[in-house]
Design a binder for this molecule. Structure first.
Ligand code: ADP
Length: 886
């Protein structure tokens, strides 16, 4: 506690901006300005004993209301005027800026003693800072202010009373009354505070020990009062005045505490639960703001709530959503579960509960025209789509079957489905089901799982943001089932008009109405589609295209589209029909047109490079580059940002487009084909070369990519009569190979492969049968006749005809049974340039599906028995055949 101090006649002065240090108070200040640092260094830091400095309140010029005389340092000023303005040309001010700053000094200050000093780490610039803890001791008045080096000093006179004066005052009855009153008020305040803060009676001890005029300062220093009030406290040199002022302030403080308490009690009683929550939330927000971690969560939640309100949820779902929202509001953003709850609510708010895209009046003629203009051929398919649309027009809520387009890749299944959406004026979303094995992919994961998500349907609906889109379920035949459930059964629920009104996604956990959605499906094959699912769909088959059809599609649709996609037109690039034909024959052997489109795109890219890199592409006016460069340089030199400049080009748009128009279009020729697409991948001689040795036959198989030509190779070697099979074969095809070998061995004599029935064809040798393209898994019974033909060719050492391909299942007794996928197989044979196709007789009916143009170019040979096949497969028939004994 401050005891009476001997004040020197001069003190170094530290200005205290807009604050007052009162005697008895302790403050901590950081000195960073050059002058204050110098002052601390010279007056406090470098001294042995702890020095004294004067703390003089100053106020900013802007805040001054009373303007006194302007004085410069060194001027004398009297005690009487309470405030003086000193205009100082302070060259040490912030940033070293040479500014004239007006400081208003108070004429009274408090001498202070440093209790603690600490020096900050020296900055690379050599600057240091000090933190000083100061204790106010006694008042003084400034007689004269001057500068010493960088800081101020003042000649001062003490203001506190001497001991004798003090003793005299203590006798004064006014003083006695005032001090008693002060003590009463102070004691009251202390007890109120102690009640609130449950602290011990330490403050009370002060009241007993410290002289009352000092107590007045100490109490007031601990309140938050205005600068003006602090100043007037400092100016209260007369102890009686000081005491009455302090009593008033202490009393005011006491009253404000009481009022606050009363209000709190009252408010607490009246507040309903939600109001309380609101208040607490406001407080939390304020605290967060104070801590600087207010990340606007509050606003986000409010925005989310607004979004939810406008989402148009059905009443029961709205209730559910509100419950979840209440939960979210109670959580802290850092709390586990907050995020997942929020993401869930976002989904609820985003889902199109009622939003529909307005269905335009369906114009069947226009729909037909747009289907025709987008798709070549496919007459039957387009007819069926028009029928479907017509029914929808008559009865919009008709529960017609789900259309399912089945066919190899690239035949236009997806683009047909999107055409349906366009014709109906609805949005289109494609959900790929290829490889989906987990039921949760369709139905979503329950929210209890970490990383749970809605299923693909709900996700798709969220993306299109309307509840009546056309949803394409792509590749429904590729879903499989395993331990994680059966996606097909979930799809059943989706497609069933009875059930999909309340489709239940596990993640969403509330029903969603799918009945307004139009579903269309695609598949490569029909067989893998589970029968119950197939039952709900109407299968529309899209066979592969013949080369002629592909040519037409390419010329009419693909080339214009590809040119457009690459920013070209027929003025730049021409792909003649003959070249498209070559691309079809030599570079693609597919049922659809996807690879064809890719190859055409490759040609367009090559052309684009040539067009775009033409040197004289854009004739610029000669002085333009120079102008641009200087502009840029001068701007960069300034260090300013580079701005966009509108530079007069002197070239009109018309000229620019002319610059790109090349004199004559680039025409694709064979040389360019080879350069861009590489050497031909397929040619018609392939079959002839491969069957050049005995033991090889040409089969026709059916794959997910449509029909394919499949070679079968057989060879014999020394061994013990074993049969080896390679080429990733399934069980059925392995059995077919066994049957084929047995049949050939049993007929060895008939076929003149051995002289008598008794001779074992396998005597001392093994047979190896291989299906090339060994990496592709193969299965199915339709290779039976091909296997026999290969074996007969091997044992007889006669070559099979290169222009003939075959397909057919065979029984042990040599009957040829019908097979599936005849149309695709015939198309494949046609693609490969095969001229004759051997088919089971009972497949004759399937030939109606084959385009007549293809049939006309092929010789179809029908076989009832295996012998018929062999008869046709070898050049000049089968001369070794005797009369069959069967
Ligand atoms: P899929 O779904 O059957 O695999 P896509 O619908 O994706 O095949 O078709 C592949 C490309 O071939 C698309 O660019 C499509 O427009 C085009 N295409 C397919 N068939 C035709 C056709 N008949 N007429 C015009 N373009 C077609």
């Amino acid at each position: 506690m401050a005891e009476s101090v001997e004040l020197p006649s001069r003190l170094a002065i530290l200005p205290f901006r807009n604050k007052v240090l009162l005697p008895g108070a302790i403050i901590r200040i950081r000195c960073t300005s050059l002058s204050s640092v110098k002052l601390v260094e010279q007056e406090l830091w470098q001294r042995e004993e702890k020095g004294l400095i004067g703390i003089l309140p100053v106020r900013d010029a802007a805040e001054t209301t009373t303007v006194g005389p302007m004085l410069s340092p060194g001027s004398e000023f009297g005690e009487r005027s309470s405030k003086i303005q000193v205009g100082i040309s302070d060259s040490h001010k912030v940033d070293g800026k040479n500014q004239q700053e007006v400081i208003h000094w108070h004429t009274r200050g408090v001498a202070a003693r440093a209790l603690h000093l600490s020096r900050g780490v020296e900055k690379p610039s050599g600057r240091v800072t000090y933190t000083v803890v100061l204790e106010g001791l006694c008042r003084f008045s400034v007689q004269e202010l001057s500068t010493r080096g960088t800081y101020y000093t003042a000649r001062i006179a003490p203001l506190d009373m001497t001991k004798a004066e003090m003793e005299q005052v203590e006798q004064d009855p006014d003083f006695i009354a005032l001090s008693r009153q002060f003590k009463v008020t102070a004691t009251e305040l202390i007890s109120v505070l102690e009640q609130k803060q449950k602290t011990g009676g330490r403050t009370k001890v002060l009241l007993e020990t410290v002289p009352v005029h000092k107590l007045a300062d100490i109490f007031v220093a601990s309140f938050e009062i205005s600068f003006e009030e602090q100043l007037s406290m400092l100016d209260s040199v007369d102890v009686k005045v000081r005491l009455s002022k302090a009593t008033e302030l202490v009393d005011r403080h006491l009253q404000s505490i009481r009022v606050a308490e009363k209000i709190t009690q009252k408010v607490e009683g009246q507040l309903s639960k939600s109001q309380k929550e609101f208040l607490l939330r406001q407080q939390m927000r304020a605290i967060k703001e104070e801590l600087g971690d207010n990340d606007d969560d509050e606003d986000d939640v409010a925005a989310l709530e607004r979004k939810m309100q406008s989402a148009g949820m059905p009443p029961n779902i709205w209730k559910h959503a509100q419950r979840e929202l209440r939960r979210l509001k109670k959580m802290q953003p850092q709390q586990p579960g907050y995020n997942s709850s929020r993401v869930y609510l976002e989904l609820l708010a985003d889902l199109p509960w009622q939003t529909v895209s307005e269905e335009c009046e369906l114009d069947l003629r226009a729909a037909k025209e747009s289907l025709d203009s987008d798709h070549y051929g496919l007459v039957k398919v387009k007819q069926r789509i028009i029928e479907y649309l017509a029914v929808r027009k008559l009865k919009p809520d008709a529960r017609g079957p789900v259309l399912c387009f089945v066919g190899p890749p690239g035949v236009g299944k997806t683009s047909l489905a999107s055409s349906i959406a366009a014709a109906l004026g609805r949005k289109f979303v494609r959900i790929s089901l290829g490889g989906v094995k987990d039921e949760a992919d369709i139905r979503g994961h329950r929210r209890t799982y970490i990383g749970s998500m809605p299923g693909r349907l709900i996700d798709g609906l969220k993306r299109v943001a309307v509840c009546n889109p056309v949803i394409l379920l792509d590749e429904v035949d590729k879903t499989g089932s395993d331990v994680r459930g059966d996606p097909a059964s979930a799809l059943l629920e989706v497609l069933d008009p009875e059930q999909n009104k309340t489709f239940n996604d596990h993640y969403l956990n509330v029903p969603f109405d799918l009945s307004k959605v139009i579903f269309v499906a695609t598949a490569n094959r029909v067989q893998p589609i589970p029968p119950p699912l197939l039952d709900r769909m109407e299968v529309i088959e899209l066979p592969g295209y013949t080369p002629e059809e592909k040519l037409r599609i390419a010329m009419r649709h693909l080339i214009p589209r590809v040119l457009d996609q690459h920013g070209l037109s027929s003025e730049f690039l021409r792909i003649p029909e003959a070249m498209v034909k070559l691309v079809i024959q030599r570079y693609t052997r597919e049922a659809g047109v996807r690879n064809l489109e890719r190859n055409l795109a490759a040609l367009a890219r090559a052309a684009a490079v040539r067009v775009a890199s033409k040197d004289n592409a854009m004739p610029l006016s000669k002085d333009m580059p120079r102008l641009g460069a200087t502009l840029l340089e001068s701007r960069l030199a300034d260090g300013a940002e580079v701005e966009m400049e509108v530079i007069p080009m002197g070239v009109s748009n018309h000229e620019i487009s002319n610059a790109f128009s090349v004199a004559s279009p680039m025409v694709v020729d064979e040389a360019m084909l080879e350069k861009v697409l590489g050497p031909p991948r397929y040619d018609d001689r392939e079959t002839a070369e491969r069957v050049a040795t005995p033991g090889v036959s040409v089969g026709l198989v059916w794959t997910a990519f449509g029909g394919e030509v499949q070679f079968v190779e057989a060879t014999a070697m020394a061994g013990k009569g074993d049969l080896h099979l390679t080429g990733q074969l399934g069980d059925v095809i392995k059995e077919s190979a066994q049957i084929a070998l047995t049949w050939v061995r049993a007929r060895a004599a008939d076929l003149k492969l051995a002289s008598t029935d008794e001779i074992n064809l396998l005597e001392g040798r093994d047979i190896h049968i291989h299906f090339p393209a060994g990496a592709v898994p193969k299965d199915g019974p339709s290779a039976g006749v091909t296997l026999v033909t290969a074996l007969v060719s091997l044992f007889s050492q006669r070559r099979v005809r290169a222009d003939t391909a075959m397909t057919g299942e065979m029984t042990l007794r040599g009957l040829v049974l019908p097979v599936g996928g005849v149309k695709d197989k015939v198309l494949a044979a046609h693609r490969y340039g095969i001229k004759r196709v051997i088919l089971p007789e009972r497949n004759l009916k399937d030939l109606v599906e084959v385009p007549p143009a293809v049939l006309a170019s092929l010789e179809i040979l029908l076989a009832k028995r295996m012998e018929d096949v062999l008869e046709q497969a070898f050049e000049g028939g089968c001369p070794w055949r005797q009369h069959s004994k069967l």
